[in-house]
Write a protein of this length. Structure first.
Length: 687
């Protein structure tokens, strides 16, 4: 974000607002229809839409049949186009409207691009359906057969052809292509080549009558094309007012972004409809930049891509405050819908089990050693280990589980560790590591060994190191593998003791599972009948326990942890949000803060998905977000990469996150964090 731009403006952060308009039409009444189009366009413009899409042949109505051959209708369509053109001088949006046009003795089904009092281009339909209820070749010619690249229209010379992209010269990445209805139904839609030539907003003026289950098929087509082209796809189908002599119309409107449905019309509405959505152009550009196969396709089809023409125009987007009109998911690693969360948990859990089973079979080992603290990560890793043993037909007793209390271990977490181990039927034991820690502190002449209450990082690391040292020696003694427990969130923040602490293991099943998802995984597992009631009860209690490393003693012996991890590294829900956007999409911190603000500043009841428990429904100010984002960027970019460069093996779980130095994240350990920290200075403390 540039310093002179408004922070709370979507165009400052790579978004663009788009609209799909479904007008109410009358058949063969261009004057009436143009009034409806203008009214919807004005409404979209007042809502700051940059692109405004209308259905196929909306100026005349699609269902005119042989009336398209009547000069009176065609003349009135030209007059209606001129009226829309004049009205567009006071409408900020780029308009795409459909009309029949007679060009050098042939009739074409066209989309007209209109902006600021000018017709920027005319796009003819390429593929004309002539089967079942369709007989478009009776009236129209295919745009593929026309050799013209320019036509005379209403006193202007206008670019003509299906190979046109409209490029907003003052909005980065805003490049618009349009195709018409059947074009999308073909094996290779024209928008494919447009996307390879740089188009990010793909649009479809459609008439598509409705039959049973056709809406699902349309939805699949739009989703697939937006995903394959890494683009937004806007779809507008004819609605109220079309002739029902033989067909029916549902006014189906949709806006997709890279396979994700942003908004969809209600369908079968008796009046006009307007859909608005904010498309993240920077996200699309980031994904395209990363996808080498996308650019290989550009090269593979270079001859066709080279034929695509660019027409520049100036949009003049609003510069005043314009908040995001799109839900920013607070928990990007956790689906908002219960049914989707069930699938996510099932797949994550089984990926972890599959990875660990393969590692055991490949190594020839049949035993595992794991440290169990009674916290989230070790709890989940132990459950994965138990189910892995079940899958391999090995006894759970082959899991050698150890809880290793020291100076600050709380009674609650130690008790929960014992209950969990016993309920799962693993081999369990408690090892008090305090004597060995005392010896280490004495050997290194730490002030604590002299009776001073110095609880520094070295004091903490001695405990973490002693635990790991015990686990590796126990593994060697029992011909077993050490199972790692650290999660993706801790790895991102460097919240692990390097080499001899929880950083190291033989195999880590949690390495690409973020903290926010682990909490849901444990809840999901606790609700399943395959575990005993004792297991389910203790899992629920563990999820509700404050997250803590338990390395610094408290003032009294209480059941609660004396340290709170999130006081130091920040709320994991915020840091997982930062992690997702920065590593998955590479966006600048100021944009992450903009998204986080829209996700977290309003914590009212209706803003929460059912998958988020009431006790986790927090709220953060922009100042909070800015502070913890700075902590994240400093820790992630400046001080913790060397730990990630030496991570043990572990399975990648989701497309949203992996920091393996052999996979998704390969970065230098001695890079600077300056560019990220400087960008954070552009974030205001409040709006």
């Amino acid at each position: 974000m540039k310093k002179d731009q408004t922070f709370n403006n979507i165009y400052s952060h790579g978004f663009v607002r788009v609209a799909v308009c479904i007008p109410e039409v009358k058949v063969a009444a261009p004057d009436y229809n143009s009034d409806q189009i203008i009214a919807l366009a004005k409404s979209a413009g007042k809502n700051n839409a940059a692109v405004c899409l209308f259905p196929e042949l909306c100026i005349s109505a699609y269902s005119c049949g042989d009336l398209f051959h009547q000069d009176a209708l065609l003349d009135n369509c030209l007059a209606a186009i001129n009226k829309i053109k004049s009205a567009s001088k006071k409408i900020p949006s780029f308009l795409l409207v459909g009309a029949p046009l007679k060009i050098e003795g042939a009739l074409y089904n066209c989309a007209l691009a209109i902006h600021n009092g000018s017709i920027l281009g005319v796009i003819p339909k390429s593929f004309l359906p002539n089967y079942r209820e369709f007989y478009e070749k009776r009236q129209f010619c295919s745009g593929r057969d026309c050799l013209l690249e320019e036509i005379a229209l209403l006193g202007e010379k206008v670019p003509f052809g299906a190979n046109i992209i409209f490029n907003a010269s003052d909005v980065e990445h805003l490049r618009i292509h349009t195709e018409i209805c059947e074009d999308l139904w073909t094996p290779i839609p024209p928008s494919t080549y447009a996307a390879l030539a740089g188009a990010t907003i793909l649009t479809n003026l459609s008439a598509s009558n409705i039959t049973v289950d056709k809406a699902r098929y349309r939805r699949d087509l739009c989703a697939r094309q937006s995903g394959a082209c890494v683009a937004a796809y806007l779809y507008a189908a004819a609605g109220p007012g079309e002739s029902t002599t033989d067909l029916a119309w549902d006014g189906h409107g949709m806006i997709f972004e890279n396979d994700e449905l942003l908004i969809e019309s209600g369908r079968f509405t008796p009046q006009a409809d307007l859909l608005l959505a904010d498309v993240d152009l920077e996200r699309l550009a980031q994904d395209r930049m990363r996808l080498t196969s996308f650019h290989d396709s550009v090269t593979a089809y270079r001859d066709l891509v080279a034929q695509v023409r660019r027409i520049d125009f100036t949009l003049n987007p609003p510069t005043a405050a314009l908040p995001l009109q799109r839900q920013a998911n607070r928990f990007p690693f956790v689906p908002a819908k219960t049914e989707d969360l069930d699938v996510r948990c099932y797949e994550t859990f089984n990926i972890q089990i599959h990875g660990l089973a393969k590692r055991l079979k490949a190594s020839g080992f049949e035993k595992l050693v794991i440290g169990v603290s009674g916290g989230l990560d070790s709890t989940h890793a132990l459950i994965v280990a138990a189910k892995t043993m079940d899958q391999l037909g090995l006894p759970r007793a082959n899991i050698l589980a150890y809880t290793m209390p020291a100076y600050a271990t709380s009674k609650k977490t130690k008790d929960n560790a014992h209950i969990l181990m016993e309920s799962l039927g693993v081999t369990s034991r408690e090892i008090d590591i305090q004597p060995s820690c005392d010896q280490m502190l004495k050997d290194i002449q730490h002030p604590y060994a002299e009776g001073k209450e110095v609880f520094d990082v070295n004091f903490e690391n001695v405990q973490a190191g002693e635990r790991t040292s015990h686990l590796f020696r126990l593994a060697g003694q029992n011909h077993a593998l050490v199972l790692g427990t650290g999660d993706l969130s801790e790895i991102a923040l460097g919240w692990m003791t390097y080499g001899v602490g929880d950083h190291m293991s033989h195999y880590n099943v949690n390495c690409s599972v973020p903290k926010t998802l682990i909490q849901h995984l444990i809840r999901w597992i606790a609700e399943r009948d395959e575990f005993s009631q004792a297991t389910r009860d203790v899992l629920t209690d563990i999820v509700n326990t404050e997250i803590s490393p338990e390395l610094v003693p408290g003032k009294s012996d209480t059941e609660e942890p004396s340290q709170k991890t999130e006081d130091k590294v920040g709320p994991y829900e915020l840091q997982d949000f930062n992690l997702y956007w920065i590593t998955r999409f590479g966006v600048r911190p100021s944009k992450v803060a903009f998204l986080a603000y829209h996700a977290w500043h309003d914590a009212s009841e209706g803003k929460w998905p059912s998958t988020v428990p009431a006790e986790n429904r927090n709220q953060y100010t922009l100042a909070d977000i800015k502070h913890w984002l700075e902590v994240f960027c400093y820790r992630f970019f400046k001080i913790s990469q060397f730990k990630r460069s030496a991570l043990p093996d572990g399975p990648k779980v989701g497309s949203g996150g992996s920091l393996s130095p052999r996979g998704d994240w390969r970065a230098p350990s001695d890079a600077e964090a300056t560019v990220w920290l400087e960008d954070i200075k552009n974030i205001p403390d409040q709006l």
